[in-house]
Write a protein that binds this ligand. Structure first.
Ligand code: E4P
Length: 218
């Protein structure tokens, strides 16, 4: 499963991209607002840091407005993926942009039928929001499994990009359900390697080596 960072914070992306484990980045208007920086300028910096797809979300809600904003984003770098909402105008823009050779990420997906329609519009990525479904008492993970089944039934090439991830357990279950990508807030990305037995084991190795004066000589 590919791992994207779900943030528009350039400093955070710089720090975690250095791990070599970041395959892409997703941003949205709320994440951009948190940075207090110009959205297009941030995207330029992010595209230079991570070679994988960088999702840039349109603010317009009508077809013409989305197409105009997509043009601005496309000038930034070749690794930009245009993010459009799952609406009739969004899917119309998705089809037009895809036909023009762009990668499109269709966002705000909350049902498997919506995901099927996005695939029919040629989306490169569909973004089902797991956490927000859990927040209202539904099961976000069921949505990932349902989309996976529909896409596999018909051979849709659209990648399932699990979004709105709230925990390490979400990441585990996305991988088990066959999501192609999980986009992860940095607070959760940091926790992906955590295990108390890893920490305890490493401390014991170091202490034992020190006690017996084990060294590695070249
Ligand atoms: C990413 O593409 C989505 O916009 C993001 O994961 C939404 O996350 P949230 O539900 O925590 O705002």
């Amino acid at each position: 499963m590919k791992i994207f960072l779900d943030t528009a914070d350039v400093a955070e992306i710089r720090e975690y991209a250095a791990s070599g484990l970041v395959d892409g980045v997703t941003t949205n208007p709320s994440l951009a607002a948190k940075t207090g920086k110009d959205y297009v300028e941030s995207l330029k910096e992010i595209c230079a840091l991570v070679p994988g797809p960088i999702s840039a979300e349109v603010l317009a809600t009508d077809f013409d407005g989305m197409m105009a904003q997509a043009k601005i984003f496309q000038k930034i770098a070749p690794n930009i993926a245009i993010k459009v909402p799952l609406t009739w105008d969004g899917l119309k823009a998705c089809r037009a942009l895809t036909d023009g050779g762009a990668q499109v990420n269709v966002t705000l997906c909350f049902s498997a039928v919506q995901a099927m329609m996005a695939a029919k519009a040629g989306a490169a990525f569909i973004s089902p929001f797991i956490g927000r479904l859990d927040d209202i008492g539904e099961d976000g993970m069921t949505l990932i499994r349902d989309i996976r089944a529909i896409y596999d039934n018909y051979g849709f090439k659209t990648e399932v990009l699990a979004a709105s991830i709230r925990s390490v357990s979400h990441v585990l279950h996305c991988a088990l359900a066959g999501a192609d990508v999980a986009t992860i807030p940095t607070a959760i990305f940091k926790k992906l390697l955590d295990h108390t037995l890893t920490d305890k084991g490493l401390a014991a190795f170091i202490a034992d080596a020190k006690k017996a004066n084990v060294t590695i000589k070249g």
